[in-house]
Design a protein around this ligand. Sequence first.
Ligand SMILES: [Zn+2]
Length: 137
Amino acid sequence: MTFDNAERLVPRENGIIGSMGTYDDYEPIPPLTCPVCDVSVGHLQGTDGPNRFYRWRQGDAAPVGFGGSPEDLPFLEDDFVGKMEASRLPEDFRMGTLCDNAHVIEAIGHASHGVWTHTEIVEFDWRPRHRFRDPQQ
Ligand SMILES: [Zn+2]
């Protein structure tokens, strides 16, 4: 398995600015809808969680998967699966992505007793960001 999402964007405090570092993947259920073009947005990334390449799904307390490459993980340790299953999200956590039409979307997820319960879009940009999605263009 590789870092198939390594080139994707990671939201930072002042907006989506880079792709370095660790993050977690977030899957809102139901998916979000881009406020600009109405496409479904089912996968975002954020750095407010444990940042261990976990995959979080709305409605589940524990991560539902792991998107990293074990040989590259500096934090790989004994009982990795047990620690992942014991991990929980903070009460509020920010996430972001680009929709399929390259509109920036940032959202806040909310967790109650460690379970991600709902998600709200807090920022978006009607100007497509193709230069971020494909630096070769
Ligand atoms: Zn869009």
